[in-house]
Design a protein around this ligand. Structure first.
Ligand code: THU
Length: 137
């Protein structure tokens, strides 16, 4: 299985493809599937600002659209002094498939902090909650 450092390198590499002319904040992501496959992604912005997508969701959508739904680890890489943790929308999207996902948030120099998605999205909303909803008669 790929090392943390190698996954982070892949995330940095993916960040080079970022389309971020508005924020000037390129982000790369590398998502490790249970079978060892890695899907990468970058942020893709748009002149209609709200239409952009984060690196994490790009990687997740690529993986799911290729038939992968089981994930172990996600590296998020920014060439910045601060670590970058996934935004709220990305946390929610990732929670759907991997509530215990391991996150590696890397900054310039490839130093990183490790989190579990559960830590970043405690008491997350998921399909289990939907299943316990009351049904109309
Ligand atoms: N962004 C990501 O791609 N991932 C994150 O974890 C945080 C933010 C992107 C969205 C936008 O293109 C830019 O970074 C600035 O918010």
């Amino acid at each position: 299985m790929i090392t943390d450092e190698a996954l982070i390198r892949m995330a940095f590499e993916a960040g080079k493809q970022a389309y971020a002319p508005y924020s000037h904040f390129p982000v790369g992501a590398a998502l490790l599937c249970s079978d060892g496959t890695v899907f990468t992604g970058c942020n893709v912005e748009n002149a209609a600002f709200g239409a952009g997508i984060c690196a994490e969701r790009t990687a997740l959508a690529k993986a799911v659209s290729e038939g992968h739904r089981s994930f172990l680890r996600l590296a998020v890489a920014v060439d910045s002094r601060e670590y970058c943790t996934p935004c709220g929308i990305c946390r929610q999207m990732l929670f759907e498939f991997a509530p215990n996902l391991e996150l590696l948030c890397a900054r310039a120099g490839h130093t990183f902090v490790r989190y579990s998605l559960n830590q970043l999205l405690p008491h997350g909303f998921g399909s289990a909650t939907l299943d316990t909803g009351t049904q109309p008669d």
